[in-house]
Design a binder for this molecule. Structure first.
Ligand SMILES: [Zn+2]
Length: 249
């Protein structure tokens, strides 16, 4: 399976972190090739096989992987020994300080975010689309890591994975008004009579306000590059999911 390792996290021998692409799996159209989500209509046996390919590549036990039943919320779950691969919690962020417990966030245009605190040895995986970003799920997760593990925000290394860019994410006036009311006008772009939103701009503003500087953004737009990534919009909704994975060794 074809993956990208974010440079910001690659220097730490204490973790493994990667984002998948849609390449190198075994799913059939419209989920070609490397779909990792069970809820999109793909053959479950193919999805399990794709998970096994990824687990082999990143050297973890697939059964210990925790993924999420993502609901565009601001709900955060602290991962403990009660969870496993077959019991994805309903939430949009996972945090843990448990070793050999891979955390996974899935996406197809939304931003998957990986967080590492090298001082307190804690990790997080966050799903932020427009709704999650506007509901401040990322600052809330950072706060939860502080409350739970004592993580200091200035120590955190944060990577925003491949997502739809302001080049392609068209929105309506109602959503644009909500963004303006919440102080995110600079994430909006008007072109002729169309409106576009760049969700990563919102996320980066939130991180900047917290004084967080160790940030990497994987800039590729999933819609522009839907031959390489799943894109809910470019693929007309019938598509698979890529993933971000982080593992504390
Ligand atoms: Zn684009």
């Amino acid at each position: 399976m074809k993956t990208v390792s974010p440079a910001l996290l690659a220097s730490f021998s204490t973790i493994t972190a990667a984002f998948t692409s849609r390449l190198g799996g075994i799913s059939k159209a419209p989920y070609t090739d490397a779909n990792l989500a069970f809820h999109v209509g793909d053959n479950p046996e193919d999805v399990v096989k794709n998970h096994d390919l990824l687990a082999d590549k990143l050297a973890y036990n697939r059964h210990s992987l925790i993924h999420m039943h993502q609901i565009h919320s601001d709900r955060i779950v602290i991962v403990d020994e009660t969870l496993n691969f077959d019991t994805p919690p309903e939430c949009d962020a996972l945090i843990t300080n448990r070793s050999n417990t891979p955390l996974m966030v899935m996406s197809a245009d939304c931003t998957g975010i990986l967080i590492y605190d090298p001082i307190h040895k804690a990790i997080g995986a966050v799903h932020a689309g427009r709704s999650g970003a506007l509901n401040t799920i990322l600052p809330k997760t950072i706060d939860a890591m502080n409350q739970t593990f004592g993580s200091h925000k200035e120590d955190l290394c944060i990577v925003l994975g491949p997502s739809i860019g302001g080049c392609c994410y068209e929105i309506n006036e109602t959503i644009a008004s909500e963004c303006e009311e919440k102080g995110y006008s600079c994430a909006l772009r008007r072109e002729d009579k169309k409106l576009f939103l760049d969700v990563n701009t919102i996320l980066l503003m939130q991180l900047k306000r917290l004084g967080i500087e160790k940030i990497e953004v994987i800039q590729e737009c999933t819609s522009c590059h839907h031959e390489r990534y799943f894109s809910y919009r470019a693929d007309k909704q019938h598509t698979g999911r890529i993933a971000g994975v982080i593992i504390l060794r």
